[in-house]
Design a protein around this ligand. Structure first.
Ligand SMILES: NC(=O)c1ccc[n+]([C@@H]2O[C@H](COP(=O)([O-])OP(=O)(O)OC[C@H]3O[C@@H](n4cnc5c(N)ncnc54)[C@H](O)[C@@H]3O)[C@@H](O)[C@H]2O)c1
Length: 328
């Protein structure tokens, strides 16, 4: 049998944000309908190289495929070598017989499926008149989140803050070119949060960047960066009284921003309002007032990788992308 091999360039030609947003929505729904097996994430840390690796896997009954993604963040890459900070590979298998269907680059898929997750949450939970977005961090996710969000909402201003100020002019140029939305570089988290309707955090910080006093009523928060125990971008006090939505409650309480609020004793697990798939299924009300603070905590799920990789595989076959290899 033949296995398809897809490089980053091939994957790029087989992806569209619009299609990934609907695939991820379907993935979240399948998860909450019990059609997905998603084992615990396996994590490794390489502090001596400022690196971490996660293995996320999933069996999706709906498309009968099994996926395994090995994804790393090596945050010093690019300084002493030519490698990107985020690197990943996805293996896709036929769920009916275990045959290896495809091996593909997983870095862009991680970026896009995570951008899609944030956008889906804003569509569901942000105020409909949201226009100003605060972004923390100016790397890959800070780009993807904005790109995806601009597909689903009428955003008019982006206010970006990063502790690493040297990367901000490049970020501004990239986002303005790709979204046509004005980007304002901010010197402090306070400036970034001023007038923000939606606030998105995308750093691997271990010390929170945004204090509770900076979050005004009605804000929708998308917490992306904290996907491993020890990471923290938001003052845990913000969770008190907020409408808290997780991608997976099991994952967010063991490794997400929600974990920080629980271990600080600010909330209990029972204070988590819902998983996002429940909202997509219409099982619970969405935002209930203009003053509510809503929080979407995403740690990234195997099902997001699965549905996106399966979509890439189908499109790549149609477009004749990649090369075949015979393992068996
Ligand atoms: N939730 C998910 O599904 C998901 C998916 C992808 C990435 N992530 C996480 O999001 C974060 C960012 O990923 P990325 O792909 O944008 O990485 P990136 O390396 O492209 O960007 C990281 C950004 O954070 C800044 N930064 C680095 N260390 C920092 C620190 N200690 N304090 C404050 N800022 C710091 C960098 O300057 C940069 O702006 C990581 O923690 C990653 O694990 C989560």
């Amino acid at each position: 049998m033949k296995t398809l091999l897809l490089s980053l360039k091939d994957v790029e030609q087989a992806l569209s944000m619009e299609e990934v947003i609907s695939a991820v929505e379907q993935g979240y729904i399948s998860y909450n309908e019990g059609k997905v097996q998603q084992p615990d994430i396996v994590s490794m840390e390489m502090p001596e190289n400022n690196g971490e690796t996660d293995i996320k896997s999933c069996y999706n009954k709906l498309n009968e495929s099994i996926s395994v993604k090995i994804a790393s963040g090596f945050y010093d890459n690019g300084k002493n070598n030519e490698l990107p900070t985020m690197i990943g590979t996805i293996l896709l298998f036929d769920g009916r017989n275990g045959a290896p269907l495809c091996i593909m680059d997983g870095s862009l898929i991680t970026g896009i499926r995570t951008g899609a997750a944030g956008a889906i949450s804003s569509k569901l939970l942000a105020r409909k008149d949201s226009k100003v977005v605060a972004v923390f961090g100016a790397g890959g996710q800070a780009r993807m989140q904005i790109y995806a969000l601009c597909q689903v909402m009428n955003i008019q201003e982006i206010r970006v803050y990063s502790e690493y100020t040297e990367e901000l002019p490049k970020y501004k140029e990239y986002v303005e070119r790709n979204t046509k939305v004005k980007v304002i570089i901010c010197d402090t988290p306070e400036q970034a949060m001023k007038d923000a309707d939606i606030a998105i955090s995308t750093t691997p910080s271990k010390k929170y960047l945004v204090d509770k006093s900076l979050v005004k009523p009605g804000t929708h928060i998308v917490a992306v960066g904290a996907d491993m125990a020890g990471k923290n971008e938001w003052d845990p006090e913000i969770f008190k009284g907020a409408k808290i939505v997780n991608d997976s409650i099991a994952q967010c309480i063991s490794r997400g921003e929600t974990r920080n609020a629980i271990i600080s004793g600010i909330i209990k697990e029972s204070d988590i309002y819902a998983e996002i798939g429940e909202l997509l299924l219409g099982n619970k009300p969405l935002r209930e007032s203009d003053d509510e603070i809503t929080i979407f905590d995403t740690t990234g799920m195997g099902i997001q990788d699965n549905v996106t990789a399966a979509q890439v595989y189908e499109i790549a076959k149609k477009k004749g992308l990649g090369k075949y290899f015979e393992f068996i």
